[in-house]
Design a protein around this ligand. Structure first.
Ligand SMILES: Cc1cc2nc3c(=O)[nH]c(=O)nc-3n(C[C@H](O)[C@H](O)[C@H](O)COP(=O)(O)O)c2cc1C
Length: 216
């Protein structure tokens, strides 16, 4: 049994990556971690060239990654949330699994899950529900492919403004917007997955649920 973990986060060793690796490890099964930034995956062209062959006609890494996904027994997607939604690499990757759908439904019944790192864990009137938007994109993809969605992990990430160098003076900075008028880069600090017990527990739980589903 093999579990594939695919991260759309471009940041090296990001919160998304580390939470995804935690969930993969908790499965106790053979796993593979894919960082989409290391691959070239265009979005689906909606040409339907994959209908007869179950293979995309585009000549990029999307073909290899779809094949790996087809061969895997379970799939966990890790996304971060630029502009409060699933990141573009993860979205393009999911679109490129369309060839696995026709005639066979190759993803049907496979367990799956979502890992999402965002600055906004809960939406409000003022703030878009970034984590839920990305979780729902992944969850609804899995529902549409008749997969068995087993849960999500929400990790509190960091606004890029904490490291851009102008976080305290830029009028567009998210530091005060998210944390109140007195907040500064220094007072806000850096959020790391390893200091978030709820996120660690849900990552482990997701891995264990996938393991149990594959054993049954
Ligand atoms: C261009 C850009 C736009 C972003 N927009 C949002 C946003 O709208 N909502 C949010 O919660 N986080 C937003 N973020 C923050 C990321 O979700 C956050 O940096 C996340 O922690 C990155 O994940 P990582 O720690 O796994 O790299 C944005 C980040 C970037 C780079």
């Amino acid at each position: 049994m093999k579990v594939l973990g695919v991260s759309g986060s471009p940041i090296p060793d990001s919160n998304t990556d580390r939470a995804l690796k935690e969930a993969l490890e908790a499965t106790g099964l053979e796993t593979e971690f894919i960082k989409l930034k290391d691959y070239n995956v265009e979005p689906c062209n909606a040409c339907l060239g994959c209908v007869k062959t179950n293979q995309c006609v585009q000549k990029d890494d999307g073909v290899l990654l779809a094949e790996k996904t087809k061969e895997a027994d379970a799939l966990i997607i890790g996304s971060y949330t630029p502009y409060a939604n699933i990141d573009a690499r993860s979205k393009a990757f999911l679109e490129r699994l369309y060839p696995l759908r026709h005639n066979h439904g190759f993803m049907g019944g496979k367990p799956g899950g979502a890992i999402v790192a965002s600055c906004i864990l809960e939406g409000s009137e003022m703030l878009p529900p970034a984590a839920d938007m990305a979780v729902n994109s992944i969850k609804f993809f899995m529902m549409e492919e008749n997969m068995n969605f087993l849960g999500e992990v929400k990790v509190l990430g960091n606004v890029p403004c904490i490291k851009c160098g102008r976080g305290d003076e830029c009028k567009m900075s998210a530091i005060k917007m998210l944390n109140g008028p007195d907040a500064t880069v220094e007072s806000v600090g850096t959020n790391v997955f390893e200091k978030q017990p709820d996120a660690i527990n849900s990552a482990k739980e997701l891995g264990l649920r996938i393991k149990a589903a594959l054993a049954s």
